[in-house]
Ligand binder design. Structure first.
Ligand code: NAD
Length: 329
């Protein structure tokens, strides 16, 4: 590993009020980092995790001055802020998703200006070409499959463009950028309703609703046979910090390779909840690609990283947390 993340360095996490950002701040605190700055556009009371010993700033990072305020003095930047959500959001808010390019552009410029030593950017499996994902029994996606480019419209194009901008800032300006392509991340302390939620949280919420109301039915988007892999947040955090410190210059997959259908995901959540539901399939709902899995050959080879948490194991705390939130309301 080329770079050692120094506990005395100020680490900035953007999107710190969100799901992965909140966990990242929590993890860095656990690891003994004392100079942490967390930035998000959400009002403070809506952050999923918030710590009083962290410098918490509410800023709109589409704005240049806000990015300068955020980046000033930061040794490392973990850039997780984005206007995003699950399929229901990104298929219907393409302009908003693409406007995250302002965040990434301004953050890179500010990082360069203030001499940041390491800059991590969270890209996505949505950069992968659509024609590689038309089959449920998909071949896992290799890093090279992003080109020739035909990513998810809107969100995926922005991610692919920002990946390249990270590369050119490194090549032309010497800013040490590192990029991971996250494949579906899930866990507690994240969005589970309101339209931005992703499949694991949405399914947990629907199963809990059925349990709490006694109406034993569930609506599933598509025919339920579309396939995905889901990475538990703890694996994501470890992988992110490993990539940040590494010498891996090209974008690299960070995801689980445990492929499941959405129906199997529902089976697991039903099992955790101890109920069986009647399934109604909404075939005209946003479904995304037919099949998607992560090829982990490179990350295993280069970092000896592999997901350590099986889906059932990670869904249990996720379900429990969402249950607690819903039961309290
Ligand atoms: P999230 O929505 O929970 O967190 C993103 C945070 O960014 C939110 O709290 C949001 O308020 C904040 N944000 C949005 N616009 C902002 C702005 N203008 N200024 C400041 N903050 C702003 O999402 P997440 O799941 O934690 O995702 C974190 C990153 O990982 C994002 O870049 C996302 O695209 C990427 N990613 C996530 C997944 C996943 O499955 N969760 C998969 C692929 C990539």
């Amino acid at each position: 590993m080329g770079y050692v993340l120094d506990r005395n360095d100020l680490v900035l996490v953007t999107g710190g009020g969100g799901f992965i950002g909140g966990h990242m701040i929590a993890r860095l605190r656990e690891r003994g980092f004392t100079k942490l700055r967390s930035v998000d556009i959400r009002p403070a009371e809506e952050w999923y995790q918030r710590f009083s010993d962290v410098e918490n700033l509410v800023l709109d990072l589409r704005d240049r001055e806000a990015c300068r305020t955020a980046a000033r003095g930061a040794g490392a930047i973990i850039n997780l802020a984005a206007d995003m959500g699950g399929m229901g959001f990104i298929e219907t808010h393409k302009a908003e998703c693409m406007l995250s390019v302002l965040i990434n552009t301004q953050m890179l410029m500010a990082a360069r200006e203030f001499g940041c030593k390491r800059f991590f950017y969270a890209s996505s499996a949505c950069v992968y070409a659509a024609d590689k994902q038309t089959n449920a029994e998909v071949l896992p996606l290799k890093e090279a499959d992003a080109y020739p480019a035909m990513p998810e419209d809107g969100y995926g194009w922005e991610k692919l463009f920002s990946e390249r901008m990270c590369r050119h800032f490194r090549e032309d300006y010497g800013l040490e950028t590192r990029v991971a392509r996250y494949h579906n991340v899930y866990g507690p302390h994240g969005t589970y309703d309101g339209g931005r939620e992703k499949a694991p949280a949405a399914i947990c919420r629907k199963v809990i609703e059925a349990k709490l109301t006694g109406r034993h039915e569930i609506e599933i988007w598509g025919d339920g046979e579309q396939t995905r892999s889901f990475m538990y947040i703890d694996d994501c955090l470890k992988g992110t910090l490993d990539i940040l410190k590494s010498d891996i210059l090209e974008p690299i997959n960070l995801g689980s390779d445990q492929l499941v259908t959405i129906n199997q995901l529902v089976d697991i959540v039903e099992d955790i909840a101890g109920i069986k539901l009647e399934r109604r399939y909404k075939l005209d709902a946003p479904k995304g690609v037919r099949g998607r899995n992560s090829d982990n050959t490179r990350i295993t080879e280069l970092l000896d990283w592999a997901p350590s948490i099986r889906l059932r194991q990670g869904l249990e705390p996720t379900y429990r947390w969402i249950y607690g939130q819903m039961a309290n309301r």
